[in-house]
Design a protein around this ligand. Structure first.
Ligand code: ZN
Length: 264
């Protein structure tokens, strides 16, 4: 392991080392998307994919429960749901999801951070680690967090409206000095539409009692692990709702607002 100062504005010691894992790069290096992000954000909240089918494509990821009843995180092959009440629990693999993204996570690069980083500083630092702007990256961040703010949506009833119109209904949760894991991705712009591009993280506390979609955070001492993927697969819903969905509408602004949790 070599240790060097990678980032000028970080005064803390940051160690970066590549994990020798060449053989693992030859298989199971695919990002799998069950569902279609734009269609989901546009209101297709009915679940059609059993988690046990999703888990065949990965043991790490994030997504949404049936009828938008909170947020989903996949870690070590287990599925966790955080509802709008804050209740967090393990989900049976026989249950269904409308949209979940997974991969088999194998760390190819690891960095230790020993400094408080806000979300924006963390993303700037990640940008310095993730050298391929068009790369597909899975990112796992574990350790102590000084502050975490997450959100979860309440369950929806028909007629469904786009997710951006439901932002006033989202519930927020704050955690201070919490140990846990961030599970997420940096997805390149060319995958816009079927996937949510840019950074996207969900959180699970070590005691498995709290989680949700990340809105804000400040790290403490954390370990960042990165896996670069080389392909993606999108499993398209075989439903009438998907057949009739209008893909001509530009939903990029809506997606951005939903990801940031901001009403306008
Ligand atoms: Zn999310």
């Amino acid at each position: 392991m070599t240790c060097r100062n990678l980032y000028a504005f970080l005064t803390a010691i940051i160690c970066l080392f590549a994990v020798s894992n060449a053989s693992a790069q030859t298989k199971n290096n695919t990002l799998y998307t069950a569902g279609h992000a734009s269609a989901f954000i546009g209101g297709l909240y009915d679940a059609v994919y059993p988690y046990n089918k999703v888990l065949k494509h990965g043991d790490f990821g994030l997504g949404a429960p049936d009828k938008l009843d909170g947020e989903v995180l996949v870690l070590d092959g287990k599925i966790y749901q955080t509802q709008s009440t804050g209740k967090t629990f393990e989900v049976k693999p026989t249950e269904l999801t409308p949209f979940t993204v997974v991969n088999f996570f194998k760390a190819k690069k690891t960095a230790l951070v020993r400094q408080k980083l806000t979300k924006n500083r963390l993303f700037s630092y990640l940008d310095s680690l993730l050298s391929n702007p068009n790369g597909i990256y899975a990112i796992k961040i574990t350790g102590n967090f000084n502050f975490i703010k997450t959100r979860a949506f309440p369950p929806v009833k028909k007629p469904y409206v786009p997710l951006a119109d439901m932002l006033p209904l989202q519930h927020f949760f704050s955690f201070e000095n919490v140990k846990g894991t961030l599970v997420g991705y940096r997805i390149p712009a060319f995958m816009d539409g079927p996937n949510i591009t840019g950074y996207h993280f969900h959180f699970l506390s070590d005691d498995k009692k709290g989680g949700g979609h990340i809105i804000e955070l400040t790290t403490g001492d954390v370990t960042i692990e990165v896996d670069e993927l080389d392909s993606f697969l999108v499993d398209i819903p075989q439903t009438k709702d998907f057949e009739n969905f209008d893909f001509k509408k530009d939903r990029r602004e809506e997606v951005k607002r939903v990801e940031n949790g901001k009403k306008d």
